[in-house]
Structure formats: structure tokens, C-alpha cells
Design a protein around this ligand. Structure first.
Ligand code: CP
Ligand code: NVA
Length: 328
């Protein structure tokens, strides 16, 4: 199994055993970090991060992971650099490849990160596009493995907009790892049929299942993981809020839904989350629509069944494994 020099653009580019290998490496690096064992084996090497969208977890994970590996980091956004306005992604890729040993990217289109990788001669890592969020799902798989002691056969239900980055990547991750994935939403939020067909084909080889359901109670009964994400993602216009609130409110993860799922069920969310009124957007939505929470209630978010902060910590350990394995 060799990862040296490879990109990390989407989970579909990896085999189940390669993903298992990255999870094993993540677990090993996590254990070393907890024990205070240094692993600054990439000293003298540097990475660049190009972020066209905002971030807390992903940016910090890349930075801390690189520092722990002994590397230097440069963070570039679209305002403080030439990217986009004055310089193409192809030119940027070649410039950065001359100075850095790896490039992290967060942006809008998947095509853009693929183009960056095509022109870069160093590994490129996808830190979220509209279509996929593969580093998040790697962390989620580690979290599930830590909690349940296994991944294969785990039943994961995704509640909400299943056509965007999180729904897509979770569906792919579940298909590859032999899990049972259900997307629960009104039909118009079901993912692209082409991606579903690709995942179903993978599922037929791994023992996974991919299903869709419009009824929350039916979908969650017996689930191991109830997963949700924000109803409006970064880059989407504010005008979609009204429709999303109307369509997706019945799919909010509530205490009642967790009860229907059963005692075994845990709650997961990639974060950030609108579970209370402590954010500017949360307050605006409350003023306009009278909602005190959106995709999940504060009760579920704060409950012992919520794995959200274990997931966010695992972002760093898994991104570290990706950098460790791919940087030459
Ligand atoms: N989950 C996640 O990607 O969070 P950030 O947007 O804060 O990076
Ligand atoms: N779907 C969300 C995920 C954030 C980590 C977004 O794209 O904004």
C-alpha cells in the first residue's frame, strides 16, 4: 500500500483497504500525540493551504498536523493572494509546487481542486468542495470505529440535504466500507443518480447498502449513527433559507427521533451546527422564523450520545495521517 505522492481529492480514488490503512495510521498518530511522543518526521518540508471559503476545523487541523510533523505552513485566501483574480489555478499550482511539498485546498467546485492537482507536482488534499468533503468523512470513520470497535455493517442515517458535500461523501464512504447508508429527506434532496449508481455498484462488492427514505421515523429505526449537517451550506444564497426551513424542519434530529432510533444510536455532525442561538445566523433565523435551533436540537447536540467533539478532534489526527502518508 503506497500513498507517497498521491492526492486526496475524493474517497472514490481509494480502496477500502487503503482507507483502513489511513485509519490505522491516524489511530497510531493519535496515540503517539496523546502519549506525548513526537513525530516531527517531515522537518524541513512545508505545505500551503488555499482556502476560498472560511473554516475553523479544517484549517486548524491542517496547520496543527503540519506543525506536529515538523513542517511549516502558509495560509492563503482569495483576498490576500493572487489566486483567482490575477492568477489561474494552473499557474498557482506550478508556482506552489516549486516551494511546497503539499497543497491543501478548500473551495467551490470539485473541478477546481482536480485542476489544481493536475497541474501540481506535489500532493493536493481536498479540504471541502461543494461536491465532496473527504477528510471529514475519514475523521467520521475513525470516530465510528473508536465508538463501535468496527465500521463494517454499521447503519448510518443522514438527515437533511443529501445532495451536497457531506451527504455525497458519507454515501461514498459507507459504500466503500461496507456500511448501511440511508439518506432521509424529501426526494428533491436525494443525491445525483449517477453518484448513487456508482456507490450502489461499490456497495454490491463490499456488502454495503444504499437506501433513500422520506419518513424520518422509518429511516432511523435501529440506526447506529444519526448524522446531520447545516441546511444551507457555504456559498449557497441566503434566499434558500425559507425553502430549506420549510422542507427540512421535519428532518431535524430531536430527542424523540433518537428514542425511535434506539439506545444504541449516537449523534454525529461535521460542524459548525445551528443548535442554539449563540451564533449571528442562528439569531437572524430566530428573529425571522422563530426557530431556536435548526438541524439538531440543543438537547441532542449536548447529550452524552453526541460524538461531535470527538469527530472534530479526529479531523486533526486523520489529516495528519494523510499528510504523513502522501508527502514525499
Ligand atoms: N467540518 C468542517 O469542515 O469544519 P470547518 O468548516 O470549520 O473547517
Ligand atoms: N455542508 C457544509 C459542510 C461544512 C463543513 C458546508 O459546505 O458549508
Amino acid at each position: 500500500m503506497s500513498f507517497a505522492g498521491r492526492d486526496f481529492l475524493k474517497l472514490l480514488d481509494f480502496t477500502p483497504s487503503e482507507l483502513e490503512g489511513l485509519l490505522d495510521l491516524s489511530a497510531q498518530l493519535k496515540e503517539q500525540k496523546i502519549k506525548g511522543i513526537l513525530h516531527d518526521v517531515k522537518k524541513g518540508k512545508n505545505i500551503a493551504l488555499i482556502f476560498e471559503k472560511t473554516s475553523t476545523r479544517t484549517r486548524c487541523s491542517f496547520e496543527v498536523a503540519a506543525y506536529d510533523l515538523g513542517m511549516g505552513v502558509t495560509y492563503l485566501d482569495t483576498i490576500g493572494s493572487q489566486i483567482g483574480a490575477k492568477e489561474s489555478i494552473a499557474d498557482t499550482a506550478r508556482v506552489l509546487s516549486g516551494m511546497y511539498e503539499g497543497i491543501g485546498f478548500r473551495g467551490y467546485s470539485q473541478e477546481r481542486v482536480e485542476e489544481l492537482a493536475e497541474y501540481a507536482s506535489v500532493p493536493v488534499w481536498n479540504g471541502l468542495t461543494d461536491k465532496f468533503h473527504p477528510t471529514q468523512v475519514l475523521a467520521d470513520l475513525l470516530t465510528i470505529r473508536e465508538h463501535y470497535g468496527r465500521i463494517k455493517g454499521i447503519r448510518l442515517v443522514y438527515m437533511g440535504d443529501a445532495r451536497f458535500n457531506m451527504g455525497n461523501s458519507l454515501m461514498v464512504g459507507c459504500a466503500l466500507m461496507g456500511m448501511h447508508y440511508t439518506a432521509c429527506a424529501p426526494q428533491k434532496y436525494f443525491p445525483d443518480p449517477e453518484l448513487v449508481a456508482r456507490c450502489s455498484k461499490i456497495a454490491s462488492q463490499t456488502g454495503a447498502t444504499i437506501t433513500f427514505c422520506e419518513d424520518p421515523a422509518e429511516a432511523v429505526a435501529g440506526a447506529d449513527v444519526i448524522y446531520t449537517d447545516v441546511w444551507v451550506s457555504m456559498g449557497e444564497p441566503e434566499t434558500v433559507w425559507e425553502e430549506r426551513i420549510r422542507d427540512l424542519s421535519p428532518y431535524r434530529v430531536t430527542g424523540e427521533l433518537m428514542e425511535i432510533a434506539g439506545q444504541q444510536a449516537v449523534f454525529m455532525h461535521c460542524l459548525p451546527s445551528f443548535h442554539d442561538l449563540k451564533t449571528d445566523i442562528g439569531m437572524k433565523i430566530w428573529e425571522r422564523y422563530g426557530l431556536t435551533c435548526m438541524e439538531v436540537t440543543d438537547e441532542v447536540f449536548e447529550s452524552p450520545r453526541s460524538l461531535v467533539f470527538q469527530q472534530s478532534e479526529n479531523r486533526m489526527h486523520t489529516i495528519k495521517a494523510i499528510i504523513y502518508a502522501t508527502v514525499v
